[in-house]
Design a protein around this ligand. Structure first.
Ligand code: PGA
Length: 264
């Protein structure tokens, strides 16, 4: 396949399927995982391919991917190490069942009550814990005054306050406008590119331009096999966090193929 280019500094492309609270059983989860694995094992891909699977499925899926060609991502974590926190899972627990990375501050977690403080605490622990942290940010709605920039800036500054520069290599920022998640209403590639540049500007302000450029930026919000190419080419992102589309193996594989065509 012809290699396509993005004008920005090239990072390893990324596709992380966010399964959310799906599929309904471990049997169906294994089936889906194996379908994706069939494709991923056939090729030597440069893309970081991962699934953010429900926590109870992680260890079974780890056994299905001994070579780690498909990485596993935890959908959430709790910043304490251990103790009386019924229902929570610590970072070391998640790592011990195969998590290579963890989502932090997904908007669905925020909607269920996670505060900016929770997001900041989780991010700080994830970034010191030898995993990749995927910080999710995004505005609830778009208005004509550009208030969405302020909203995203607040989320970034709050989550990243006090982060040492040296930790940024393990950080991925997922720009996920809430209004685009699960709605079929994708942000335009131009808007995605504009927000990506804005995020880099905030990072540069916080950490300096060189460190800012080490952070990978991906997009999520109704990504599918049809819109992925334009979002990569015009949006200039390093990859995607598809939700719904990651539950259909052929569609997820098609997104992986598109993203891989931008690998250098
Ligand atoms: P969606 O979800 O692709 O179904 O919009 C993306 C996400 O929530 O990460």
């Amino acid at each position: 396949m012809n290699k396509k280019t993005r004008s920005q500094k090239q990072h390893t492309p990324i596709v992380i399927g966010n399964w959310k609270m799906n599929p309904d059983t471990i049997g169906n989860a294994k089936k889906l995982f194996l379908e994706v694995r069939k494709h991923v094992n056939r090729k030597s891909l440069k893309t970081y391919v991962a699934v953010a699977a429900p926590t109870p499925y992680l260890s079974e899926l780890e056994r299905l991917s001994p070579s780690q060609r498909i990485k596993l991502v935890a959908q959430d974590m709790f910043h304490e190490k251990k103790g009386a926190y019924t229902g929570e899972a610590s970072l070391s627990m998640l790592k011990s069942v195969g998590a290579d990375a963890v989502l932090v501050g997904h908007s669905e977690r925020r909607a269920l009550g996670d505060t900016e403080e929770d997001v900041k605490n989780n991010l700080a622990v994830a970034l010191t814990g030898n995993v990749t942290a995927i910080l999710c940010v995004g505005e609830k709605q778009r208005d004509s005054h550009g208030n969405y920039f302020t909203e995203v800036e607040k989320q970034l500054r709050s989550a990243l306050a006090g982060t040492p520069k040296s930790r940024l290599k393990r950080l991925i920022i997922a720009y996920e406008p809430v209004w685009a998640i699960g709605t079929g209403d994708t942000a335009t590639p131009e808007d995605v590119q504009e927000m990506k540049l804005f995020i880099i500007k905030i990072l540069a302000d916080l950490f300096g331009r060189t460190a800012a450029n080490t952070v990978r930026i991906i997009y999520g919000g109704s990504v599918n096999a049809k819109n992925a190419d334009e979002l990569m080419r015009v949006g200039q992102v390093d990859g995607f966090l598809p939700g719904g589309a990651s539950l259909k193996a052929p569609e997820f594989i098609s997104i992986i193929k598109t993203v891989e065509s931008y690998a250098t």
